[in-house]
Design a protein around this ligand. Structure first.
Ligand code: GLU
Length: 606
């Protein structure tokens, strides 16, 4: 899940280290185990790397002192080898002439390593990546030029990877290849950038080429060469796209953390998503046509995107459509039942989540049509889908999803609603959805104090249950996921009625149980609240005002009123008070909610 950035420039840049640092800051969401850069300057290779954040490593390793025409940078999410200085990228060959950054996994690295060891190469790290510079070196020793050696090395790799290499003997060339892990080339007047994500390219140029799987090539100022691994050359000019969306603001602004900024942005982002749905009629219509013609609908996602999928699938069924949600990494066996005529909706914030991408490819192989819901229209998932809906939530920097989750739910609700073709219903719901900005804003302000208060209680606990019925269950599941991700409190979501088939055994005096009442299909929840209270649970109930009955009042230690809104609005917004609760619990416990340990935002490894 690492982030890669590379630049080649026609002029020697005194600020090359600074430029790479700035670009890496935009990729830090992809991993933050360690950071490193390598530059070639006046015939020498310089590598600087260490464990830490981009800011701290750039300072301690003095990135700013590095100049040159060509350089690569990397921010790591370790898969092979612990997060440590020696395992940080870039990795080099024995002669320290070649430097390589890599995102993904090289599956056959031990085999290649044994071959290279037998040829006398000396390895420093425990990573799979290090085989790459040594392979290039090996083939150069055999007489190949830099690019041919790189190409030959790439042909020997199995797995998923995006790789960029530089070589003292390679002039200003950035050598690159991609298989599954994303890589984008940005073309400027006198420079070329290569990166895992367009966000680090957009500040410098809007002309990009998105690499396809199994393509390999090189870039130098004024020239980008791409061919397939099979040797077919690519007409690069025809692949250049002009990106017509601007660089969004990556600044935290007045906020202490991105998480709270992104939670508070939701009145705006939901409005953006809804306006996009209404104005991009053609694209949305294309998705709708596919969905309407579907025999069965599968909705596939990972992490928060899975809970959005679950909520969406329940809403589709509520409206009378056949839909089933699947966890991306577990989808394959279920997808065996997919037939031509079915539609698979894939939900992915980044559009690069590998498990989702593979589920999507498996579905396409079985003849299904694919509709994607993404926040990046240039992503692999968007490009490989039959139709996609762009959420327009803007960049989400905090690793834990907040605003993209609510946008995903909004897109799914909108699609479900539109599929009914019931103009009366659509009209009424749209009227309510148009009020999302004000409803969301007032929900944030009216539940924030309660979030701070409940956070104090939960921050001292080891465990918390989140219970809901019907729509309340996926909302609870997303709420529990947030709590685990940013506050490291064990949080388990359960369908409220099911909780007495096991989980209730753990409930003793003071055990926190958070109920979410949505107000549709969950009439029986009052009994579940009563059951928990009878076991001494500390009950916190989130409920719309019309559902705060005397039973709810009597059995809850704390009741947090939610606005009484139409179902379609509650599906999108009722998670927001839980996002606030997770945020304040994380703060209460002294953590940085933006950077949960062991997690990375875009999961590009299996
Ligand atoms: N496998 C490489 C490493 O562990 C890259 C990891 C990744 O892209 O997540 O360093």
């Amino acid at each position: 899940m690492c982030g890669i950035v590379a630049i080649t420039s026609s002029n020697r840049r005194g600020d090359l280290g600074i430029l790479l640092t700035e670009a890496l800051k935009k990729l830090e969401y992809r991993g933050y185990d360690s950071v490193g850069i390598a530059v070639v300057d006046q015939g020498n290779l310089y590598v600087a790397k260490n464990v830490g954040t981009v800011e701290s490593v750039a300072k301690s390793e003095n990135f700013a002192s590095l100049s040159g025409c060509v350089g690569i940078g990397h921010t790591r999410w370790a898969t092979h080898g612990a997060p440590s200085k020696k395992n940080s990228h870039p990795h080099t060959d024995c002669a320290k002439k070649i430097a390589v950054v890599h995102n993904g996994i090289i599956e056959n690295y031990s085999e290649l390593k044994n071959f290279l060891l037998s040829r006398g190469h000396v390895f420093i790290s425990d990573t799979d990546t290090e085989v790459v510079p040594h392979l290039i070196e090996e083939f150069k020793r055999a007489g190949l030029d830099t690019y041919s050696a790189f190409r030959k090395a790439v042909s020997m790799l199995r797995g998923t990877f995006a790789i960029v290499a530089i070589d003292i003997d390679g002039g200003r060339k950035l050598l690159f290849t991609r298989k599954v892990s994303p890589l984008v080339v940005g073309i400027g007047s006198d420079f070329v950038l290569v990166s895992s994500d367009i966000v680090s390219i957009l500040p410098y140029t809007d002309r990009v080429v998105v690499l396809n799987d199994d393509e390999v090539g090189y870039a130098e100022p004024g020239r980008v060469f791409i061919e397939t691994v099979g040797g077919r050359s690519v007409d690069v000019a025809s692949r250049v796209m002009k990106v017509d969306y601007g660089v969004e603001d990556f600044d935290k602004g007045p906020y202490e953390h991105y998480m709270i900024k992104e939670i508070r942005e939701q009145p705006y982002t939901l409005n953006q998503t809804l306006s996009g749905l209404i104005s991009s009629r053609d694209e949305v219509e294309k998705s709708l046509k596919l969905l309407e013609s579907a025999d069965s609908i599968y909705i596939v996602g990972a992490g928060s995107s899975y809970y959005a999928s679950l909520l969406g699938s329940l809403y589709f069924r509520y409206l009378g459509f056949r839909a089933q949600a699947l966890v991306s990494s577990e989808a394959t066996p279920y997808l065996r039942g997919v037939r031509p005529g079915d539609v698979v909706v894939v939900v992915s914030q980044s559009g690069e989540t590998i498990d989702t991408l593979l589920a999507m490819r498996e579905s396409a192989k079985r003849g299904a049509r694919v509709v994607a819901i993404v926040n990046n229209p240039l992503s692999t998932i968007a490009r490989e889908s039959d139709a996609y809906v762009y959420m327009k939530s803007g960049p989400e920097i905090c690793v834990a999803a907040t605003k993209t989750f609510t946008s995903q739910v909004l897109v799914l609700s909108y699609l479900g609603l539109a599929m009914t073709r019931d103009s009366h219903r659509i009209e009424a719901s749209l009227r309510a959805l148009r009020r999302l900005p004000e409803i969301t804003a007032s929900m944030i302000s009216s539940t924030e104090n309660a979030a701070r208060k409940v956070a104090k209680k939960i921050s001292t606990e080891h465990s918390v249950y989140y219970l809901g019925r019907a729509f309340g269950y996926p909302i609870s599941a997303e709420a529990a996921l947030k709590m685990k991700e940013v506050a490291y409190v064990h949080a388990e979501a359960y369908p409220a009625g099911e909780s007495k088939h096991g989980p209730i055994a753990l409930v003793a005096s003071g055990f926190p149980v958070v109920f979410t009442i949505v107000g549709e299909l969950d009439e029986l929840i009052e009994g579940n609240i009563e059951e928990m209270k009878a076991r001494g649970a500390y009950v916190i109930t989130y409920a719309p005002s019309d559902r705060i009955t005397s039973t709810v009042e009597r059995n809850s230690d704390l009741v947090i009123p939610l606005p009484q809104v139409l179902l379609e609005v509650s599906l999108v917004t009722y998670v927001i008070p839980h996002q606030l609760l997770a945020y304040y619990t994380s703060i209460e416990r002294g953590y940085n909610p933006d950077r949960p340990r062991n997690l990375a935002k875009t999961v590009t490894v299996f």
